[in-house]
Design a protein around this ligand. Structure first.
Ligand code: PNS
Length: 170
């Protein structure tokens, strides 16, 4: 069966990757799809193309995982592409209420089922937003994100620092 792992992925963290690796063992094919979250509108650090490039590099070791993007409703994408199941990751109980609401909504408006995959407990504190905050102050994030995300975070904040200082990066 095919599954879709949708998200903002700004950028992908080790928690996302852990969920994706587990899902890739459960489903024949998994598509990681970058989508728009209205709650995070205008607050993305990376462009869509940057997020896709990071995802491709971070998932290159998973032969049954492909990367895609879609602008619109997740259930419409699922129907257009003939995908069966939505995969969403849960880090902690605090994620559950929001995820349950979306899962019910997607079943109501599109008849699509959601499977929750629990990330390993040691990633329970990791989120893209916290990783971005740590990286923005030059803090260490290499243990929380795949190398492609860590590299992209470093160059993005170096670029922003140079812009603020009016200099050009090396
Ligand atoms: O990584 P995120 O930001 O938690 O992912 C949320 C996302 C992008 C999967 C969700 O906002 C979504 O499905 N967006 C597409 C539009 C949609 O279908 N909205 C209805 C369900 S909220």
């Amino acid at each position: 069966m095919n599954a879709v792992f949708p998200g903002s992925f700004d950028p992908i963290t080790n928690g996302h990757l852990d969920v994706l690796e587990r899902a890739s063992r459960m489903f024949g094919q998994v598509t990681v799809t970058v989508m728009h979250n209205a709650r995070k509108s205008g607050r993305h650090l990376f462009t869509l193309q940057e997020r896709l490039a990071i995802l491709r590099e971070a998932t290159a070791h998973l032969p049954n995982v492909t990367v895609d993007s879609f602008e619109g409703l997740l259930v419409d994408y699922m129907q257009e592409q003939g995908h069966g199941i939505i995969v969403r990751g849960l880090r902690a109980v605090s994620d559950y209420e929001y995820e349950l609401q979306i899962a019910h909504l997607n079943r109501e408006i599109g008849g699509v089922e959601t499977v929750f995959v629990m990330a390993a407990t040691h990633w329970s504190y990791v989120s893209s937003s916290m990783v971005k905050e740590v990286a923005s102050y030059g803090g260490p994030v290499d243990n929380m994100v795949p190398p492609a995300s860590a590299l992209a975070l470093r160059s993005k904040f170096a670029e922003q620092d140079h812009q603020a200082a009016g200099t050009t990066p090396d």
